[in-house]
Design a protein around this ligand. Structure first.
Ligand SMILES: *Cc1c(COP(=O)(O)O)cnc(C)c1O
Length: 368
């Protein structure tokens, strides 16, 4: 039986192969007689899972040796506090506001440090990316925060800024929750990256942090020990019980990613090529139609989250009902933006986007 295509922004669709493997291992993982959920996190079985999950991620994202990979909890919003608690030293940090998520991050950081807005696209309703050359960076900032894919507004940073070239000494912190593993990362431009797992890696409950070693060990006194990056790193993500099952599921997703090929491309590079093709198909359909529209500037449109509007908004409910009947789920836009949103993460095959585009063209024809 074919499953419907699920366009949820998160928690989002997972590769069917991954779900099937998890189902087949549910009661007995590799002859251990236990579900992964039932294992001690300190036992050798889970130890092996954690080790291979971390190694696979390091390989997939080409994470350099001087970065630590941390498996944490608390989600993206938790990191909005945990990052300033660890990196700000209570001093000045800079924010680039590009949409709803970076705005939230800014607000939370202000509880712990002096957070300044270096650039913002709020005046144009988060539909373009302020050019890095225009950012008003502070001389003394402890870090610069950038959300590299704004899930709600559909704004993606396609080339990470080179802060050094902009005259700034501070490390770049990116919130890559909603496009992690959809494309390669230029780690030479990043000090820390964080993301919730539930968009592109696995189920909710796991938060990924990739942090350069020299940024460890500067947490504020008030930082909870379980959220002190150095404590987490020193204990190999086992200071307290990690989200074991979510880590296992992310590990299965990483194995799936490693198997993906696209011509000569493998892993994340193969996904990136596929994601470009998927996004081109969907934006092409929107742009060639007078019935659908997307407001985001073309140079920063997200490959993962595609918000779009119907010219006649009174047809929204009919559009969603017809989509559901056609096996296309969870296309309603975020309440702060309205309209529709198609999230087309790694697990969405091109066939799902083709089905959506066919439905959109069909729906448009009935609107004459
Ligand atoms: C989903 C998302 C978050 C929120 O993460 P939670 O796990 O709900 O705390 C943060 N940032 C971005 C960019 C997201 O897409």
């Amino acid at each position: 039986m074919a499953r419907p295509y699920n366009f949820s922004a998160g928690p989002a669709a997972m590769p069917a192969e991954v779900l099937q493997q998890a189902a087949s291992e549910m009661l007995d993982w590799h002859g251990s007689g236990m579900s992964v959920m039932e294992m001690s996190h300190r036992g050798q079985e889970f130890g092996a899972i954690l080790k291979s999950t971390e190694a696979d991620l390091r390989e997939l994202l080409a994470v350099p040796e001087n970065f630590r990979i941390l498996f944490m909890q608390g989600g993206g919003l938790g990191e909005n506090a945990i990052v300033p608690l660890n990196l700000s030293r209570g001093e000045t940090v800079d924010f680039v506001v590009t949409g709803s998520w970076s705005k939230k991050s800014l607000k939370e950081a202000r509880r712990y440090c002096t957070a300044r807005v270096a650039a913002s696209n709020e005046a144009d309703h988060h539909t373009h990316l302020p050019a890095p050359a225009t950012w008003q960076l502070s001389r003394d900032a402890r870090y610069v925060h950038l959300c590299s894919n704004e899930t709600i507004n559909g704004v993606e940073v396609h080339e990470l800024p080179d802060l050094k070239a902009l005259g700034a000494d501070a490390p770049l912190v990116i919130d890559f929750s909603s496009h992690v593993a959809s494309r390669t990362v230029d780690w030479s431009r990043v000090g820390l990256a964080f993301g919730g797992a539930q968009k592109n890696l696995g189920p909710a409950g796991l938060t990924l942090v990739v942090v350069r070693e020299d940024l460890l060990g500067h947490a504020l006194q008030i930082c909870p020990s379980a959220f002190d990056y150095k404590t987490v790193a020193d204990n190999h993500s086992m200071y307290n019980t990690p989200p074991t099952y979510a880590i296992y599921m992310a590990g299965l997703t990483f194995q799936w990613l490693k198997r993906q090929t696209e011509g000569a491309l493998r892993g994340v590079a193969a996904m990136e090529a596929r994601n470009v093709a998927k996004a081109d198909l969907l934006y092409g359909c929107i742009d060639e139609s007078a019935f659908y529209s997307n407001q985001v500037a073309k140079d920063c449109r997200s490959r993962m989250n595609v918000p779009f509007f119907l010219r006649d908004e009174s047809r929204n409910e009919a559009f969603l009902a017809g989509a559901k009947a056609a096996g296309l789920l969870q296309l309603k836009g975020h309440k702060s933006v309205g309209g529709m949103r198609a999230s087309i993460y790694n697990a969405m095959p091109i066939e799902g986007v083709q089905a959506l585009v066919a439905y959109m063209r069909e729906f448009e024809k009935t609107q004459a």
